[in-house]
Design a protein around this ligand. Structure first.
Ligand SMILES: NC(=O)c1ccc[n+]([C@@H]2O[C@H](COP(=O)([O-])OP(=O)(O)OC[C@H]3O[C@@H](n4cnc5c(N)ncnc54)[C@H](OP(=O)(O)O)[C@@H]3O)[C@@H](O)[C@H]2O)c1
Length: 237
């Protein structure tokens, strides 16, 4: 079931970054798109920049009851994409345990809640966004790698449990999104430049690169249980 004018697509995390680019691409393909995330202001701004007709709904994936109620009233979707997560990171030995647990709560348990409650048509798809640290640990983000690995394993298991709904994961490397707006501009630009010189692709990712991969996984009827690296070769170096 390709993403096109007959499909009903939910992008959780669609108010920013990878989710926003995915919502834009799906809407351009003619799909009926709903974006969902926590902040009403961010949703409103995002919806105003997306094609007319894109709907916006409040949703916090960390609350299992809220997620259950959301899907109970939303009815069946053709494709659900989850890019919404909020995680801090730092070295295991100095990172506050509270923040570490909150990161797992957001990115892993958020996905678990969605997998548990989402109502998706047979042949439709559920797509998660993990990250290359799952297979290439980063000294500053060991926990992030563990969360991403758990997410990828969850997707493979759900591909069996939810069949014939297909469940996949895209795994990006550093991608230019508002996630990095917390850094000042000079630091951010330097990070992008340094990463670009390291990567075989000689550039860092754009949200649109990841969005294109998400639409590929969601739309191909023979892909399930896959993790697709969108990392410019990061896992190789
Ligand atoms: N950008 C990168 O370099 C990179 C690299 C590898 C992996 N990733 C992963 O890609 C995913 C998307 O990242 P991004 O760069 O697109 O980030 P982003 O631009 O910060 O967007 C995150 C989106 O998630 C929503 N969100 C956060 N917590 C949520 C929750 N509890 N429930 C529902 N929505 C929530 C945010 O909206 P609200 O705040 O309004 O809820 C926002 O729409 C994340 O899982 C991230 O770890 C990113």
């Amino acid at each position: 079931m390709a993403i096109g004018k007959d499909s009903n697509v939910l992008v959780i995390g669609g108010s920013s970054g990878i989710g926003f680019a995915t919502a834009a691409l799906a809407a351009q393909a003619g799909a009926a798109v709903t974006i969902a995330s926590r902040s009403p202001e961010r949703l409103k701004m995002a919806a105003a920049s997306l094609p007319t007709g894109v709907r916006a709904k409040g949703l916090d994936v960390t609350d299992a009851d809220v997620v259950e109620r959301f899907f109970a009233v939303s009815g069946e979707w053709d494709h659900v994409i989850l890019s919404g997560a909020s995680t801090k990171h730092g070295p295991v030995q100095s990172f506050p345990l509270h923040d570490a647990r909150a990161a797992m709560e957001s990115k892993f348990w958020g996905a678990y809640h969605v997998g548990r409650s989402a109502s998706i048509r047979a042949g439709g798809s559920l797509t998660f966004v993990s990250g290359v640290y799952s297979i290439r640990p980063n000294l500053q983000a060991v926990l992030q790698g563990a969360i991403n690995a758990a997410l990828e394993a969850l997707a493979r298991g759900l591909a069996l449990e939810l069949a014939p709904v297909r469940v996949n994961t895209v795994s990006p490397s550093l991608t230019k999104t508002p996630l990095w707006d917390k850094l000042d501009r000079a630091t951010r630009d330097q990070m992008y430049r340094e990463k670009a010189t390291q990567l075989p692709a000689r550039r860092v990712g754009e949200a649109e690169d990841v969005a294109a991969a998400i639409l590929l996984l969601a739309g191909n009827p023979f892909i399930t249980g896959s993790t697709l690296l969108i990392d410019g070769g990061d896992a190789l170096v």
